[in-house]
Design a binder for this molecule. Structure first.
Ligand code: BDR
Ligand code: CA
Length: 339
């Protein structure tokens, strides 16, 4: 008997590559997209909601609930990524949807879906593809939802340098406090975590021939995907275009295509050049400075260096993606369109 489709929820800041992820999540028969929540990131949150509804319309997924979430990071000022995704977040291809967003907030919709999953004896894979503001608020407000989360597979971070800054990847840099809270909460609540960061995100690409094939299909999602691929190729002056966030959805569908290693990971929240950096502790020994490798238990100060007076940002034990079969993931993404 075939396996039932994997239930998942995306948290997005749509965004060109979030659009690619939404198309795959909505279309692939091995996935059941239960909800999409929106957050400020690549564009302002109302634009993100509008883009998400439109992309789901093109993918024929009008039944999937979409909720508006945080309009700004927890502490930091918001910064969009219009220089990459265009002023409208979709490279000039944003169009209005005749559908409305859920009356629930993002956190309320996440809570509803996760509690429903718990009630049904199920678990949902949560895939944050954006700054983690909504997820931090969810896990701190309603930690009881953890029992409904199979795993968090997030796009964000890097073990090898950033893109928003030399040190930090955009989603982490946009709301470092939220990202640090999410990792801490995952450690405390025993939620397994996979980090699909820049180390693999950069490598999965499609090209102009793929775009041409998509453009010829009688499928509005494929035609939008083709337009977005060509917009990104022109913007960066490259033959190829990254599928970006869609790779994290591939990681849910095909974890065997990913090479992961398990490390303690923290997010730097201090001001300065490394703010928002994911500190991936790849040491095989404790080192001279006994930085904690697990979250300290309340009141125990477990593993905290005796000579450190800095506040400790707790770590989570994370499966960090360091290798990817890029051709396999590109083919998997294209399969969502039958291309
Ligand atoms: C991430 O930031 C956004 O621009 C993309 O949508 C992706 O989620 C890459 O750093
Ligand atoms: Ca994104």
């Amino acid at each position: 008997m075939p396996n039932p489709p994997t239930p998942l929820i995306l948290d997005v800041d749509t965004g060109v590559d979030d659009a690619f992820a939404l198309m795959l999540a909505a279309r692939h028969p091995d996935l059941e997209l239960r909800a999409v929540t929106c957050v400020a990131g690549n564009a302002a949150v109302d634009q993100v909601v509008a883009n998400t509804l439109y992309v789901l319309d093109t993918a024929g997924a009008r039944e999937v609930p979409v909720a508006r979430g945080a309009a700004r990071p927890l502490l930091a000022p918001p910064h969009d990524a219009g220089h990459v995704h265009g002023a409208d977040g979709l490279g000039g291809f944003a169009r209005p949807s005749d559908r409305r967003a859920s009356s629930l907030s993002a956190v309320a919709l996440l809570r509803q879906e996760l509690l429903r999953a718990i009630g049904a004896g199920e678990k949902v894979t949560l895939v944050p593809l954006a700054p983690q503001t909504n997820i931090a608020l969810l896990l701190r407000t309603y930690p009881e939802v953890a029992g409904g989360i199979e795993r968090i597979v997030f796009m964000g971070g890097s073990a090898s340098g950033g893109n928003a800054t030399a040190a930090a990847e955009f989603n982490m840099w946009h709301d470092p406090e939220a990202a640090a809270i999410v990792l801490a909460a995952c450690a405390e609540l025993s939620i397994p975590v996979t980090m699909y960061g820049l180390d693999v995100f950069q490598r999965v690409t499609v090209d102009g021939d793929d775009a041409a094939r998509l453009r010829d299909l009688p499928d509005p999602a494929a035609q939008l995907a083709a337009a977005l691929i060509d917009q990104q190729r022109a913007l960066f002056g490259q033959e190829t275009c990254r599928i970006g966030d869609a790779g994290a959805v591939c990681a849910v569908l095909d974890p065997e295509g990913l090479g992961v290693s398990t490390f303690p990971v923290r997010v730097e929240v201090a001001p300065g050049l490394t703010r928002g950096q994911t500190i991936v502790d790849r040491r095989t020994w404790h080192g001279d400075h006994r930085a904690p490798s697990t979250t300290p238990k309340h009141g125990q100060g477990q593993g905290i260096s005796s000579y450190s007076t800095a506040p400790v940002v707790p770590a989570a034990t994370v499966d960090v993606a360091l290798e990817v079969d890029a051709a396999r993931y590109a083919a998997l993404w294209l399969s969502a369109f039958g291309a």
